[in-house]
Ligand binder design. Structure first.
Ligand SMILES: [Zn+2]
Length: 332
């Protein structure tokens, strides 16, 4: 009896260990994770005070993608200085931390990343850092019931294209900063409340604009599967050449099937993405032409990376508006 229990316990421990090594946090709750990390300090100290910010302002924070950096910068305001690791056009699925990034991550007082395996090659690094400082996967704070499963224990990481869902991720940034820097907690709460309102307006904008596309044309064909949350939220059918990660290459078979689909449905535009090679999308256009169906590239969508800093698309709100305007113009 006790033997059986012992084995079960051992296996369970191993599974937990593996889950942590993958940097995933199956609990899918950034806030809970943060507390766990506080409790799990290497020297056994469990006081959360140990993890309150005590340095010079602004708080040095690091974020992985532009979308996460935007969230942290808007909530943190003047109290937080955010360094973004992945710039315009960078694919987070394939991104590996450079030596310079490692130095930035080690210097940071707090780290924010998207999570759900988006930063697939940084999992081990982030898991290691999480033992030393607040390290929060913002998308993993979203309730699991609202996430799209892609495998038994894997979720689609592209949550930011459902604006209401991304707004849920705001709470964990607000909570983390308020606990880490309680002196400015009121400022963080006020900034988060403002941004929440802006996101609610953006969500409404998406809904209203996309509703103008006729039913039979509500099909979004893109380079990789980044738009399932977008499709679910705003009622568009979504097709892509590559899967939810760009790590797997698309084959000729996938391209041919999609060409047949586009021709059959009479789709008039497909889209390239700023952080993914346009090669496969151009092969679709060519394949359709060979079948006698004219399809155009409707433009470049921002999927896993925002636009350049200083441009409207260099903000989360701007990139979403850009995508929506482009999709409506090409498909309507
Ligand atoms: Zn992606």
């Amino acid at each position: 009896m006790s033997q059986k229990h012992f084995c079960w316990y051992q296996n369970y421990g191993l599974i937990l260990l593996l889950a942590c090594a993958a940097g995933c946090g199956r609990a899918a709750n950034g806030a809970a994770k943060y507390h766990e990390h506080i409790g799990g300090a290497a020297d056994g100290e469990t006081s959360s005070l140990r993890h309150q910010f005590a340095g010079e302002y602004p708080i040095p924070a690091v974020a992985t993608t532009g979308m996460v950096a935007d969230l942290v910068a808007l909530v943190g305001g003047k109290h937080v200085a955010v360094t973004q690791l992945m710039g315009a056009g960078v694919d987070p699925h394939l991104y590996k931390a450079s030596t310079g990034d490692m130095a930035r991550l080690n210097r940071a007082a707090a780290i924010f990343y998207s999570g759900l395996h988006l930063e697939g090659k940084m999992g081990d690094t982030l898991a290691r850092l999480a033992r030393k400082k607040p390290t929060v996967a913002v998308a993993e704070s979203i309730s699991q019931g609202r996430l799209l499963a892609v495998a038994a224990d894997r979720f689609d990481p592209h949550v930011w294209f459902d604006v209401a869902l991304w707004s849920e991720a705001l709470a964990v940034v607000e909570k983390t900063l308020a606990e880490f820097d309680p002196v400015h907690a009121d400022d963080y709460r006020a900034a988060a409340a403002n941004y929440r309102l802006e996101l609610a307006q953006l969500d409404e904008y998406c809904r209203n604009e996309l509703a103008t596309i006729p039913t039979e044309r509500r099909v979004l064909v893109t380079a990789h599967d980044a738009f399932h949350y977008f499709g679910r939220a705003y009622d568009l059918e979504v097709k892509a050449i590559q899967g939810v990660s760009t790590q797997s290459e698309a084959g000729l078979k996938e391209i041919n099937e999609l060409v047949a689909f586009i021709a059959r449905r009479g789709i008039k535009a497909v889209f390239v993405e700023s952080s993914v090679s346009e090669r496969n999308v151009l092969a679709l256009v060519e394949g359709c032409r060979a079948r006698g169906h004219q399809v155009i590239v409707g433009g470049e969508l921002f999927s896993d990376a925002m636009g350049k800093p200083g441009t409207p698309e260099g903000t989360y709100v701007g990139m979403v508006r850009h995508n929506v305007d482009l999709i409506v113009k090409a498909l309507k």
